[in-house]
Design a protein around this ligand. Structure first.
Ligand SMILES: [Zn+2]
Length: 301
């Protein structure tokens, strides 16, 4: 039997050589476990397909399967939620002792074409602006900055139409105020893949992109990573310490409530999840018998 097959092969080889055809293209393809092999194209226009041995095909697909299953860092399995914007349950990196290191590859990066920064990361109007605002018109294509998987894609008050993509290094990027979300939850995206269209939904004073980068729900300045002016990555290795999240402390340290008609210390303490005793302790001029004045500022944290 073997001899016959060899003989047939020899005939076909001879016929190839007798026509003096040359191979112009060769490619190994893995389509499925049943259809994988080498495609060759010859200059007489005749293509051939040689299937791989079962062992080669099985090895290839087993490797891919194990990559997906292992997800050793559990990036796409732990704290994965399509319904909660912040799934990490109050992890506060402003008190961490460790240093976090992340790696970037400029081949897997897409910079939203913008040269205009409307608003930077930092304190704004009495609270923290947890991202950057860049120009993006309504209907403009909005694309993912890095490769990753869509964790959240929904309308929410404040952010408007919001897409959150989790990346392979564990970082998440937030894209807010979109007029239309195109991508679906749990979809894998490559850097540059379309997520949606620019807009001004939610709490926006005009069309723009509100963009955030977070790790475990904790936002840090995206300009540490992205050079907007030159539309490129600023660094290949990002190191984050508690200092990058120090803004959280600043806002946690003191918070004030402006007294409205009908407010009592009881109402206020309930609203801010504290107690009258604690409020009195941090407001030296205040007594439990004090009459609150409308417009008066009371420290609640
Ligand atoms: Zn913003």
């Amino acid at each position: 039997m073997k001899n016959i097959i060899l003989f047939i092969h020899l005939i076909s080889l001879t016929s190839l050589f007798s026509q003096n055809v040359e191979m112009v293209f060769s490619k190994d393809i893995f389509i499925s476990e049943d259809l994988s092999g080498t495609i060759k194209l010859f200059d007489n226009g005749v293509p051939t397909f040689t299937p791989f041995d079962k062992e080669i095909t099985d090895n290839h697909f087993n490797e891919i399967k194990s990559q997906f299953i292992s997800d050793t860092m559990k990036i796409f399995s732990e704290y994965w939620s399509n319904s909660r914007i912040y799934p990490y349950k109050n992890i506060d990196l402003s008190v961490m002792k460790d240093t976090l290191t992340f790696h970037f590859n400029s081949d897997n990066f897409y910079c939203t074409p913008t040269s205009h920064l409307y608003s930077a990361f930092g304190p704004r109007r009495g609270r923290q602006h947890k991202g950057i605002d860049t120009d993006l018109n309504t209907g403009d294509t909005l694309r993912s900055v890095f490769d990753g998987k869509v964790r959240y894609a929904e309308y929410v008050s404040g952010f408007g139409n919001l897409v959150i993509v989790r990346h392979f290094n564990g970082l998440e990027t937030y894209y807010a105020h979109q007029s239309k979300i195109i991508v679906k939850i749990n979809e894998m995206v490559k850097a540059g893949d379309v997520l949606g269209l620019g807009g001004e939904t939610g709490n926006a004073l005009g069309p723009h992109l509100h963009f955030e980068i977070r790790y475990m729900d904790n936002a840090f300045n995206p300009e540490k990573v992205i050079d907007l002016k030159n539309r490129c990555l600023k660094i290949n290795e990002l190191i984050l310490t508690k200092e990058d999240f120090a803004w959280k402390k600043q806002w946690r340290e003191s918070k004030y409530h402006k007294v409205k008609s009908g407010d009592t210390l009881g109402h206020i303490s309930t609203k801010y999840n504290t107690s009258i005793k604690k409020i009195l302790k941090i407001n030296k001029s205040l007594k439990s018998s004090s009459i609150l004045q409308i417009g008066q500022k009371i420290r609640v944290r």
